[in-house]
Design a protein around this ligand. Structure first.
Ligand code: EPZ
Length: 430
């Protein structure tokens, strides 16, 4: 199993190209099940989760052609992938596949809309929380589907003639359930109005792509989304939006190590709340042409309290990284997690580097320390593991991160991007 070795202490200086967003690419890829034409996605990141979903979609009958990567001067790659699902080969998404990646459960939306039926394994819990699927069941039921749980699977069936547009208000904001409703309602008969919809940029990206495919969606990015159903969707060409979580992660790394880095190919407006928190912590962050410039001052980090919330609030996917930054603040800060009940597994690993963190319910109290010291640590989930990497970059001495397959799920060429900016980071393959 691969490990990552970091020798901390170097400031980061240079350019880090930001990849296409994993959490936009996944639903966009799944949208290819809605049409028999080709959906072409540009800026698709090369990540374990994307490759995993490629295999899953192949099982449903999607032909996939990947156009080689092109390297640009700033070290960025661009990957274009063509998805064609002439006919759906299988409407079942089996446990072996869905259990590996929760987002693959989302195929339930397009399969139901296009084929009138789907049998999809329940995804089960995961390291960050129980993550139920009640909102998907309620939402699709509102569109007329019969939803039945049987042997660990959801059997979904559309009424004769297809799904029927309806008004449905989510009792709780869910990114995944909003994606599924957008895809399902696009091919329903009549108009659907979704209340309390997720407002994440990835939802807007999916809506834009579906509209390019011929859907009639308005209001994406607000809490109320209206979808006028159409009888069929066509192919389209769409560019995956930049990864705001990768952007925020590297910005926090620079705030922690000090240095001057331009994050290229990204957009500051995708993460206003996180940028505000990074600025309050003392780093200078500004929009520059084609990206964001971050100047960090290392030792002068100010304590900042944050609470995770659905977009436009502070993203849960940046909570662990921000906690990493706060471990070196000049004072006490608090980080409160409101989205997932068990997303604090990085706390004990950060403590191995010398961080002083105490947990009380969903709030962590972080007492900043003047220095962290490298240590062996273990990655537990995707975002937790990258918080250990950025803390390792700011620690004295060597940090060895094991179980890095978690990182490979969501961070493209992490070692290379950091090394180009002066960090000492290497992958050790045993
Ligand atoms: C998406 O997960 C992201 N994943 C997550 O990123 C992210 O943390 C999360 O949104 C919140 O921003 C992808 O986009 C692939 P939710 P999703 O449904 O859609 C509860 C990462 O590290 N809920 O918005 O699965 C749920 O338990 C990942 O890249 C229900 O109660 O998240 C949670 O408490 C991790 N019932 C809350 O809603 C349901 O039926 C928000 O979850 C569905 C969700």
């Amino acid at each position: 199993m691969d490990r990552i070795r970091i020798v901390g202490g170097n400031a980061l200086n240079g350019i880090i190209p930001i990849s296409g967003a994993k959490n936009a690419a996944l639903p966009l890829m799944i949208a290819s099940l809605l049409t028999s034409d080709t959906l072409t996605l540009e800026n698709v990141p090369h990540l374990a989760d994307v490759e995993g979903l490629i295999r899953i979609l192949g099982n449903h009958g999607v032909d996939i052609a990947v156009n080689g990567r092109r390297e640009h001067q700033d070290g960025s790659y661009s990957r274009t992938v063509h998805f064609t699902c002439r006919t759906v080969a299988d409407t079942t998404a089996p446990y072996e596949l869905v259990s590996k990646m929760r987002a693959s459960f989302w195929v339930i939306g397009p399969l139901l809309a296009r084929e009138g039926q789907a049998r999809v394994s329940l995804p089960g819990g995961c390291a960050i929380g129980t993550r139920p699927v009640d909102l998907f069941i309620e939402g699709l039921t509102a569109l007329g589907a019969e939803m039945e749980i049987d042997g660990g699977y959801i059997n979904a069936k559309a009424p004769k003639g297809g799904l029927i547009g309806a008004r449905y208000t989510f009792p709780k904001v869910s990114v995944g359930a909003t994606h599924v409703m957008l895809m399902a309602a696009s091919l329903a008969r009549g108009t659907t109005v979704i209340g309390n919809a997720a407002r994440e940029p990835e939802v807007v990206d999916l809506a834009n792509c579906l509209n390019a495919m011929g859907a009639k969606i308005s209001g994406a990015g607000t809490s109320t989304i209206t979808i006028e159903g159409v009888t069929s969707l066509s192919g389209a060409r769409h560019r995956v939006l930049p990864d705001r979580i990768e952007t925020g992660t590297y910005a926090m790394a620079v705030a922690m190590t000090g240095g001057d880095v331009t994050l290229s190919g990204t957009d500051i407006t995708l993460l206003d709340t996180a940028i505000e928190a990074i600025r309050r912590a003392g780093a200078e962050v500004s929009a520059v042409e084609g990206g964001i410039r971050v100047i960090g001052h290392g030792d002068q980090i100010r304590p900042v309290d944050i609470v995770t919330e659905p977009f436009p609030g502070f993203p849960t996917d940046l909570q662990a990284q921000f906690m990493g930054l706060m471990t070196r603040a000049n004072g006490v800060s608090h980080v409160t997690e409101t989205i997932f009940e068990n997303r604090f597994m990085h706390v004990q690993e950060l403590a191995r580097l010398g961080a002083k963190i105490t947990l009380s319910g969903q709030t962590a109290r972080i007492e900043g320390v003047t220095r962290l010291r490298g240590a062996p640590v273990m990655a537990t989930d995707l975002r937790a593991s990258v918080s250990l990497v950025i803390a390792g970059l700011a620690a004295e001495g060597e940090t060895m991160v094991s179980r890095v397959y978690h990182l490979d799920r969501g961070f493209e060429r992490l070692e290379e991007k950091l090394t180009r900016c002066g960090a000492i980071v290497e992958r050790i393959t045993d």
